[in-house]
Every structure is written in C-alpha cells, then in structure tokens.
Design a protein around this ligand. Structure first.
Ligand code: F6R
Length: 246
C-alpha cells in the first residue's frame, strides 16, 4: 500500500480528485467505484469545479456505488442515490443510465444483490474504486466480522455505524437498520483502490491499518493489504504520530 500524506481535508480532496481526473482523461471509458459519506464530498466538489473550468468529460464513464440503505428510494434525501445525483452526477455530463447504485427499495433485496454482482461482472469490474473507512475499519458497509469472501449482500448495520450516520437524519430512529453493500470480495476485485482517510476519528483506524501486520476479518480494511494496487491518501490529523514512508 502506498501512502500519500495530505496537509488537510481540502488538500486530500484535491490530490484525490486530480488523480481521478487524470485517470478519466487517460481512459474516458473508465469504470469508477464510488463511495458516499462525508469523506468524498470534497473530491466530488473538485471534480465538478474541474468539469466546469476545464471541461473534463464523463460522457463515457460508468460508475458503481458501494452501497445503499434498504428501504430508501432515490427520491429520499438520505438515500445514497440522492446523494450521488445531488453531489456529483447532476453537475457533470455523465449519462445517468451509466451510474449504478444498488436499489434499496426492491421487493427482493437478495435478488438485487445478485443482479448488482452480475452487472459488475458483465462490465468486467471496476477500474478504480474510491473508499472511505469507518472508525471500526469497515469498508462499504462491511462491518467487523464480515467474511472476506462475501459478494454483494444485505447487512444489519451496527449500532456504531447507525450512530455515526445519524447526523444526516432527523433522529437515530430514522437511520435504516439494513443496507445493501458490495462485499469485500467484490471490492477486492477492483483493479485499483484509492482509500481516503481524514480527521481525528479515523486516526486509530489508520494506525491499525499501517502498524498491525495481521489481516483479520475483525478489522475489514486489513484485507486491503492483500490487494496489489492500493493508494491511501490521508491528512496530517489522521496520520499524526505515525511514521509513514510515502
Ligand atoms: C460509504 C461507505 C462507508 C463510508 C464510511 C466512512 O459509501 O461505504 O464505508 O466510506 O462509513 O464514512 P464518512 O466518510 O462519512 O466518515
């Protein structure tokens, strides 16, 4: 795993966005894996600014999101489909038909998981996956204890993850209890992974990732050590006190 040290959140977002933009320019048909949450917002803002200023085109880009809450439709402002439309897709020239987020409101969530996995296989998988990380090491919604061989599946969200995400809802009770998520095996099939880590709350997760040698299902992100092409971009607050070799 290569690590790039950013000064702060803004710097991390700019470095990551520039990297993605460069990849899109090199490969206009690139398939991007996208994340939601607080971490990638700055990246998306930079991508939009660059699109407006420099005209980088996303016309032929395909995107696949990591996850979605069960029970929320794309019109619900807390759904990840809504987040993606409003924070990125509506402001660039991407063809919405080429943007995929698991559907949280299907009658058959298990079938939706299988369809999502088939879709990824049909398109030969993701070229560049953007990841955030939970304080407990989750990636996507793969909580500690998730077997590393899982494909896209339905998860019961842990109390800590619901608590962390409650800031976007009116109350904790409104946070869905289940989500659809790409599995760890799905994420590991991506050809390249960019992991973004920023801030005090992620310090311990980054420390565990960089200092513990074990690869253990109790700390999901540790699986990334088995991936041949991972770049971590972390800011100084998250790195604080760690010796890193970029
Ligand atoms: C989001 C996702 C999650 C987040 C993680 C960090 O699609 O899959 O794993 O990346 O929960 O969230 P933030 O960025 O809000 O700290």
């Amino acid at each position: 795993m290569k690590i790039i040290e950013a000064i702060d959140y803004q710097d991390m977002s700019k470095i990551a966005a520039d990297y993605i933009i460069q990849k899109v320019n090199q490969s206009p048909k690139i398939k991007l894996g996208l994340a939601t949450g607080g971490t990638p917002l700055g990246i998306y803002a930079n991508i939009i600014a660059d699109h407006q200023k420099n005209g980088t085109s996303y016309r032929d880009v395909m995107t696949f999101n990591l996850d979605e809450y069960v029970g929320l439709s794309g019109e619900n402002p807390n759904s990840y489909r809504y987040y993606m439309d409003h924070n990125l897709f509506n402001q660039i020239d991407i063809n919405k038909n080429n943007t995929f987020v698991p559907r949280g409101t299907t009658d058959n969530v298990l079938n939706e998981c299988a369809l999502y996995e088939d879709l990824l296989t049909k398109h030969n998988g993701i070229d560049l996956q953007i990841l955030g990380i939970g304080a407990n090491g989750h990636i996507g919604f793969n909580e500690p204890g998730t077997p590393f061989n899982t494909a896209t599946h339905v998860v019961e969200l842990t109390a800590s993850t619901r608590q962390a995400n409650a800031r976007y809802f009116n109350s904790l009770e409104e946070v869905p209890t289940k989500a659809l998520t790409m599995g760890i095996a799905t994420i590991m099939k991506s050809k390249e992974i960019l992991l973004l880590i920023s801030g005090e709350q992620k310090k311990d997760a980054l420390k565990r990732l960089l200092t513990e040698n074990t690869i253990d299902e109790r700390f999901p992100a540790s699986v990334l050590k088995n991936h041949p092409y991972v770049t971590i971009i972390a800011d100084k607050t998250a790195i604080a006190g760690l010796k890193v070799h970029s």
